[in-house]
Design a protein around this ligand. Structure first.
Ligand code: HSE
Length: 409
């Protein structure tokens, strides 16, 4: 019997409880032993819960109990999750988590600590909710050298963008709609400013490239400035706009990594990923391109990934302590201004002709899109962002903004 302690009885924690109760027999069959919950730690009162005896308020109770083999940390945030995780690993407990913030911030340290103590630190649920992506990268695609990962990694923003595209709702209305449906947090900054997607692309990159990618060094732009005019231009160009986590390993070992809304041509697989779904495209040197698709958030999908990690450990606890990436002193992240792409630029002007002539001179082969009064759209060729910014200052009009076009991997 593998006994587990669950930290946090919120959306994911209650999902873990439900899945373990619902699929008890099949979980036991797959794990090779019964898996049961011994404790649930939550500061709130659950005295009317049908299994109220499971609830404890003190972490010591579970970490000091020799019967507990796995601690499931689904409380989120850094404090006290970081301390609890370290204490659990040092006490010889395996730890399973959905906490992307913790993995993105201290993943290298916690993996090393797990290794030192002969236990596992698994985090399938930290990226892509219910979509299998960590294990595929770490195991099924292990024969490949991964060169690029591009993903729609945040369900909330994908829902908002889908509403803007399909139903013509502007950003504020679509956000309110997402909040009413329970997709967006009450404070939606982590989603709409791109921070959530940034942590996820950093976890995937660290795993794929073996070195800790610090999210604080990654250029991150959210979707708050997008308007229905951007959407109308994208439609005219046969594109959609998606918030992407983009990561590409360069020949010199640096990583071109960013989070930003990008134009994607309609024929690309990621363009078809709508609503709260996530899609992650991985390029490997043996497999070519593979895409992972599914529910990127939600109670039971995320719990499904957490419980799969629990089963993995229960099945073979001795396979523990697999360090997956390490921290290095190298400057891994390519400065944003050195990254290359094509760009879609909007310029406000009363003199469209002057802007058009200047854009064609500045951007060799530029396409001009004349769709609205007092502004022009310009699609540039491929160049560095630094070069783009220099050229934009030469245009005889006010630059409203620019969007990157998804570069070829
Ligand atoms: N807020 C996240 C999302 C939840 O919308 O994708 C899952 O990490």
């Amino acid at each position: 019997m593998m006994k587990i302690g669950v930290i946090g009885f919120g959306v994911v924690g209650s999902g873990v409880y439900e899945v373990i109760r619902k699929n008890r027999e099949s979980i036991a069959r797959k794990a090779g032993q019964e898996v049961d919950i011994k404790y649930i730690l939550d500061i709130r009162d659950f005295s009317d819960h049908p299994e109220k005896e499971l609830f404890v308020k003190d972490f010591d109770t579970m970490v000091n109990d020799a019967e507990v083999g796995i601690i499931v940390e689904v409380m989120g945030g850094l404090d006290p999750a970081y301390e609890y995780t370290k204490r659990a690993l040092c006490a010889g407990k395996h730890v399973v988590t959905s906490n992307k913030e913790l993995v993105a911030t201290y993943g290298d340290e916690l993996l090393a600590l797990a290794n030192k103590n002969g236990v596992s630190y698994l985090f399938e649920a930290s990226v892509g909710g219910g979509i299998p992506i960590i294990r595929p990268l770490n195991q099924c695609l292990a024969a490949n050298e991964i060169s690029a990962i591009v993903g729609i990694l945040n369900g909330t923003t994908n829902y908002i963008l889908t509403q803007m595209f399909k139903n013509g709702k502007d950003f504020d209305v679509a956000l309110k709609d997402a909040q009413e449906k329970g997709y967006a947090e009450r404070n939606p900054a982590a989603d709409v400013e791109g921070y959530d997607a940034c942590r996820k692309i950093c976890i995937l990159s660290s795993l794929a490239f073996g070195k800790h990618v610090d999210y604080r060094e990654v250029y991150t732009e959210g979707i708050t400035a997008l308007t229905l005019r951007d959407i109308a231009y994208a439609e005219e160009m046969g594109c959609v706009v998606k918030l992407l986590g983009y990561s590409k390993l360069l020949d010199d070992g640096r990583i071109d990594i960013k989070v930003a809304p990008m134009m994607i041509p309609n024929e690309q697989p990621l363009a078809t990923v709508s609503d709260v779904y996530n899609g992650i495209q991985v390029r490997g040197n043996a497999i070519g391109d593979a895409m992972f698709y599914g529910p990127g958030a939600g109670k039971l999908p995320t719990a499904s990934a957490v419980v799969a990690d629990v089963i993995d450990i229960a099945k073979a606890p001795e396979r523990a302590g697999r360090v997956m990436w390490v921290r290095t002193d190298e400057k891994l992240v390519l400065p944003a201004d050195e990254a290359c792409a094509s760009y879609f630029v909007r310029v406000e002007t009363a003199d469209k002709n002057a802007v058009s002539v200047s854009a064609k001179a500045e951007f060799d082969g530029a396409t001009i899109i004349d769709k609205f009064d007092n502004e022009l759209g310009i699609l540039t060729g491929c160049m560095s962002e630094g070069e783009l910014k220099g050229k934009l200052s030469n245009l005889p009009g006010k630059v409203i903004g620019f969007l990157r076009v998804l570069p070829q991997a």
